[in-house]
Ligand binder design. Sequence first.
Ligand code: PMV
Length: 338
Amino acid sequence: MANGLTLADYIQQLIPSCQPAKSAGHAEAPANIALVKYWGKRDVELNLPLTSSVSISLANHGSTTRVTEAEEDGGKDRVILNQQAVATDSAFYHRLSKFLDHFRPHPKFFFEVNTSNNIPTASGLASSASGFAALVLALNDYFQWHATDKTLSLLARVGSGSACRSLWHGFVLWEGGEQDDGYDSFAKPLDSQWPDLRIAVVLNGAEEKSISSRKAMIQTHNTSPFAKLWPDCVAKDLEIVQQAIVNQNLALLGETAEANAEAMHALMLSARPAINYANTCTLNSKAKVQTLRNQGVAVYYTQDAGPHLKLIFASENEAAIRTAFPEAEVIAPFQAIK
Ligand code: PMV
């Protein structure tokens, strides 16, 4: 870290102690989709972003997590993902276990983390965001920290940047912050409801992503000749999207979110070597959206670090979207959350 503090110091200042206060901690957190993307870090260890970003959470679509002490004395954490034990030599296991290192009551304490996602894992559908948010919330329950939302967001950000936005439903703003210590880089909910807004998830293949977003961000900013243009592009899009949210202006929201996503992917394509998350289905889905728009249906898309699209539209066009994309899952982000 730039100011000489370690990540362990950063976390220690946020939470008082880690002593289990109940037999297990439970939590849920929604996935979130960025409407203005986070793509680039100013501090890799602390996951400090180059810019702010804005997202919409996906209601009941996300992660459910239970945390407790591992029963068998295997000298290792036990991680269960969607009812299957995660291999201890996998990248996912290492990432989680490294994060858990910061919360062990003593060095020989090992966790059992049992998590289920009702969205495809590691395919650019923000499962790491809901996963780390649910994990931090479950730890908060297990240790009874009674931490503030700000603290929980500051902790979740270290697990996965976009996880700091998955602590709330609805629209969420992640203020990128300026401080080297990272304590001013956390998310907060925007006070806007938009009951007619719909998001449809169009799956374009279920394979794991070719390169992690973490690696891809670094590669983009280290090698793209256009990387320096990104912060200004985001600053402008953030203003417009927040205005569009306040005014419930779907065209402005959709056009800006779509353009922002395409700018992010253009940056990636200009990295050396190029990073491409799209496949043929992605391109066909984009063409279909364009055709619908030409027919007068107000629908827009965004794409993250994977081949899938998330469509943005209003409830009045739900039937048209379901006809054009029969496989897509339609989500009402502002529906009553169970
Ligand atoms: O938080 P990460 O490392 O999974 O990165 C998220 C990157 C994008 O999903 C592409 C953009 C975003 O703001 O969520």
